[in-house]
Design a protein around this ligand. Structure first.
Ligand SMILES: *[C@@H]1O[C@H](CO)[C@@H](O)[C@H](O)[C@H]1NC(C)=O
Ligand SMILES: *[C@@H]1O[C@H](CO)[C@@H](O)[C@H](O)[C@H]1NC(C)=O
Ligand SMILES: *[C@@H]1O[C@H](CO)[C@@H](O)[C@H](O)[C@H]1NC(C)=O
Ligand SMILES: *[C@@H]1O[C@H](CO)[C@@H](O)[C@H](O)[C@H]1NC(C)=O
Ligand SMILES: *[C@@H]1O[C@H](CO)[C@@H](O)[C@H](O)[C@H]1NC(C)=O
Ligand SMILES: *[C@@H]1O[C@H](CO)[C@@H](O)[C@H](O)[C@H]1NC(C)=O
Ligand SMILES: *[C@@H]1O[C@H](CO)[C@@H](O)[C@H](O)[C@H]1NC(C)=O
Length: 673
């Protein structure tokens, strides 16, 4: 009796243990009928990234991008009736969930598959769902595949209806029938939409009725019971689709969106209704990770978009600044000067952004910078002339461009120009040795010997003659002085800045005239009438001759009273018979007496207060070349006091006391016009 009771107890315990084991294990698999309430320890054939997680989830694809995975029941199922070979009825249901790292974005999807093969190694991921590839995607009756797709991406290639649908696919991915994910409510009959990518667990039922050849697909959220009305219902002769051996399982693929596709449980039955899943036994879908990512996104996304906005604003500001930085003025009438026109950007780059290190000097018209043109690698000097009014600009540019056609070895070649708002840039050949003025007055510079000075003088004279007489039109230089004579690498003198003074003549009040020139170089009649002529150039050239020979500025306020005006002093010395004493003491004894005397006397002749008494540049060149003797002159014929004359012309002592170098441009108003 006791023994019987003990055996009963043992039997009970054993049975109880077996049933608990069955409940806690992954499921039951009796060949053609099976159920997995969770996949812990399940015997499935997996490939790709498919795996069974420690919690018993079948993860068909993980969160890697552009991957695929498959999970099949390991052995083929007997789908056919043995007597007549037709496909028999079957029923299956499974629970699934898609977990995306990005809320609202998911892809590509998963499919329940009944297939002739488990080998999908040649198939592609993404829109091909791990079932087909480019060459096999077309409908082909020898594919022998039935797929129920749960698709979260709209692939126009496969005529998808939306990015959240369920479809019945036969032998290709163009669904025979598809519907937006959802279910028909049993009570109201209305369609309730479901989002496959919601991260919620859902359940699918697939039922095939052999006699009617009717395939039903039903979807519902867990834990809802199976709705009566299926989502999809299609008449399909599966006997003609499926070919032995026939495998069942899942296929899934991901695209660029990090999505894991999970199956929580699966039940299958041939010729009957599949056993219902025990929802309480199903493993739960992971959330923590996606929530964490969500949080990161919630903070990261606004941060990222703010950064993006900042970057875009930065780029726009950069472009706008670049635009204004390189902006220039270009009008239609300038188009014909195309070849003479430089772009501001090129000049800006050539002069390294017009930095002070590139500054060659400051002239009466603006700053001069050294530059290397990026296109030709040639050295240039760039003069930035500020100019407020656009009035008269057209004429001036025309003139500048025509001056650019001047070719003479004693002129600094003008290469072209560029216009900006309120500014004009002129591009010249670069003169490596700078201006003559530096050599004459800067004690740091080496002294030029007499032969070099005489050669420079002759060069400048021939350049000026070319401007006055030998070119197609008369060009008045207007600002001849030592600082406008530049020295090339062989120390040849070249006249620069010709014609530039005209810039200040244009667009001015006709009642007034700005006299442009430099103190000491200004012919008396120029100050009176404001009219620049060839002979006012000759006057300035005379002052230049004296400056080169004597090494003194035409007007030197720091000098003794009798040496204040160089011209007066030279006349005075000549009268005393000691004109050679006025020569530059830095010359030493190495000079040709006749040449120095010639230059001094010619300088006085050229600077004759009476315009008619001055020689023309052609005559000047002939005297300098020794082709003609200097006309007989007496100091008495030149015994005007220039100071007295200038005072008579209305210059006051204040102006007279200004050093000529600082009054680079004397802009004087002469009322008597
Ligand atoms: C899994 O199933 C296959 C096919 O039925 C079988 O050959 C294999 O032995 C099974 N493996 C395990 C571990 O049960
Ligand atoms: C095949 O045989 C089964 C019974 O074994 C029967 O129910 C079914 O109707 C048959 N199908 C055809 C097409 O004859
Ligand atoms: C496409 O898939 C078919 C069947 O799986 C295979 O025979 C074929 O080689 C594949 N084509 C490519 C290009 O991978
Ligand atoms: C269908 O597939 C078979 C085998 O994969 C192949 O030989 C045949 O050419 C394909 N037919 C079409 C129309 O693509
Ligand atoms: C539907 O399936 C049949 C095979 O049962 C096939 O011949 C047909 O082309 C498919 N229709 C569409 C629209 O894919
Ligand atoms: C398929 O759904 C229809 C209703 O659309 C229903 O009449 C039929 O019984 C269902 N068949 C199966 C096998 O569930
Ligand atoms: C279904 O397809 C099979 C195989 O192609 C064929 O023998 C059978 O007659 C088809 N049944 C119907 C009703 O068309």
């Amino acid at each position: 009796m006791f023994l019987k009771a003990l055996v009963c107890l043992l039997l009970f315990l054993l049975l109880h243990r077996r049933s608990t084991l069955a409940a806690s294990s992954s499921g039951r698999d009796d060949g053609d009928d099976f159920i997995f309430n969770g996949f812990g320890g399940a015997n499935l054939t997996l490939d790709g990234v498919a795996s069974i997680t420690s919690t018993g989830l079948l993860m068909v694809t993980d969160t890697s991008m552009e991957t695929k995975g498959h999970a099949f029941h390991p052995s083929p199922l007997r789908f056919r009736d043995l007597s007549n070979g037709t496909v028999i009825s079957f029923s299956t249901t499974f629970a699934f969930g898609f977990i995306s790292d990005y809320p609202g974005l998911s892809g590509h999807g998963m499919a329940f598959v009944i297939s002739h093969t488990m080998d999908f190694s040649k198939a592609l991921g993404s829109q091909f769902l791990g079932l087909f590839n480019q060459s096999s995607k077309a409908y082909n009756s020898s594919n022998h595949v039935l797929a129920i797709e749960l698709d979260t991406i709209l692939s126009p290639e496969f005529q998808d209806i939306d990015n959240n649908h369920v479809g019945i696919d036969i032998n290709n991915l163009i669904s025979n029938k598809s519907h937006t994910a959802g279910y028909y409510d049993d009570h109201t009959g209305s369609f309730e939409r479901l989002s496959l990518r919601s991260g919620q667990a859902m359940q699918v039922w697939i039922d095939y009725h052999a006699r009617d050849m009717l395939l039903n697909v039903t979807l519902a959220p867990i834990p809802m019971a199976k709705p009566h009305r299926p989502l999809l219902s299609a008449v399909i002769n599966l006997s003609s689709v499926l070919l032995d051996p026939i495998y069942v399982g899942f296929s899934s693929s991901t695209g660029p969106w990090l999505t894991s596709h999970y199956v929580l449980g699966w039940s299958f039955k041939m010729n009957g209704v599949a056993q219902a899943l025990d929802l309480s036994l199903l493993p739960s879908l992971p959330r923590a990770k996606s929530n964490h990512k969500l949080k990161v996104l919630r903070i990261g996304l606004p941060l990222a978009s703010a950064t993006l906005v900042l970057i875009i604003v930065g780029i726009v500001v950069f472009i706008l600044r670049r635009r204004t930085k390189y902006s220039e003025l270009l009008e239609d009438w300038e188009l014909e000067y195309g070849p003479h026109r430089f772009s501001y950007k090129d000049l800006f780059e050539a002069a390294k952004g017009f930095r002070d290190t590139e500054l060659l000097g400051r002239g009466g018209f603006g700053r001069v910078y050294k530059g290397v043109l990026p296109s030709s690698n040639s050295e240039v000097a760039i003069k930035r002339v500020s100019h407020g009014s656009r009035q008269g600009m057209r004429e001036f540019i025309a003139e500048i461009v025509s001056l650019g056609r001047l070719r003479h070895r004693n002129l600094v070649q003008l290469l072209g120009y560029c216009r900006r708002q309120g500014e004009l840039l002129l591009v010249y050949d670069y003169m490596p040795n700078g201006s003559l003025e530096k050599f004459l007055h800067d004690q740091a510079k080496p002294t030029l010997d007499w032969a070099t000075r005489f050669r420079i003088i002759k060069g400048v004279a021939s350049g000026l003659l070319y401007l006055h007489e030998d070119w197609e039109q008369v060009v008045i230089h207007r600002d001849i002085k030592a600082s406008n004579v530049l020295l090339d690498n062989e120390l040849n003198g070249r006249l620069g800045d010709f014609g530039l003074a005209r810039l200040y003549d244009h667009g001015t009040d006709p009642q007034t005239t700005h006299v442009v020139g430099t103190m000491g170089y200004l012919a008396p009649e120029l100050a009176r009438t404001g009219k620049a002529t060839a002979v006012t150039d000759v006057f300035a050239f005379g002052a230049f001759l004296l400056e080169v020979a004597c090494g003194r500025r035409p007007v030197d306020p720091t000098a003794h009273e009798e040496q204040l005006v160089l011209q007066d002093w030279v006349v005075e010395k000549w009268r005393n018979g000691s004109i050679l004493e006025t020569r530059d003491p830095r010359l030493g004894e190495e000079y040709a007496v006749e040449e120095v005397e010639l230059v001094l006397k010619l300088g006085l002749l050229c600077s004759h207060p009476l315009p008619t008494a001055r020689p023309s540049m052609r005559q000047v060149v002939r005297y300098l070349e020794g082709h003609a003797p200097l006309p007989e002159l007496s100091p008495a014929s030149l015994s005007f006091s220039l100071v007295a004359l200038l005072r008579k012309e209305g210059f006051d002592d204040h102006i007279m006391s200004c050093p000529s170098s600082s009054v680079a441009t004397a802009s004087l108003l002469s009322g008597g016009r």
